[in-house]
Design a protein around this ligand. Structure first.
Ligand SMILES: [Zn+2]
Length: 101
């Protein structure tokens, strides 16, 4: 028997800021670069994410849970360059002035 609460409609709906999804993707990608030269701890990662998101317009989306963001591909293509630029700028700021020593 499936859990009753899992079957309620609200649990099948996902609310997200798609800009945040993209920022997470870009940070993930850039953190793979060995020569990036920025601290990769959680604090610095969140600082980078916050800085990047504050400089980008939000894009709120409502999807059914498990639904892929495929229909957002147009938006992804439009935003990818801006998101990349914002994350790189944020990395430069955190690199110069990390919140910790
Ligand atoms: Zn750090």
């Amino acid at each position: 028997m499936p859990n009753v609460s899992d079957e309620s409609p609200v649990n099948k709906i996902n609310f997200a800021n798609f800009t945040e999804v993209l920022v997470d993707e870009v940070i993930e990608d850039l953190f793979e670069v060995p020569t990036l030269g920025v601290c990769k701890c959680d604090r610095c990662r969140y600082d980078i994410k916050a800085l990047a998101l504050n400089s980008l317009p939000p894009k709120y989306v409502v999807t059914r849970k498990g639904e892929v963001y495929a229909k957002m591909d147009v938006f992804r293509n439009q935003m990818r360059v801006d998101v990349l630029r914002a994350v790189i700028e944020a990395i430069e700021i955190v690199k110069k002035r990390p919140s910790h020593q």
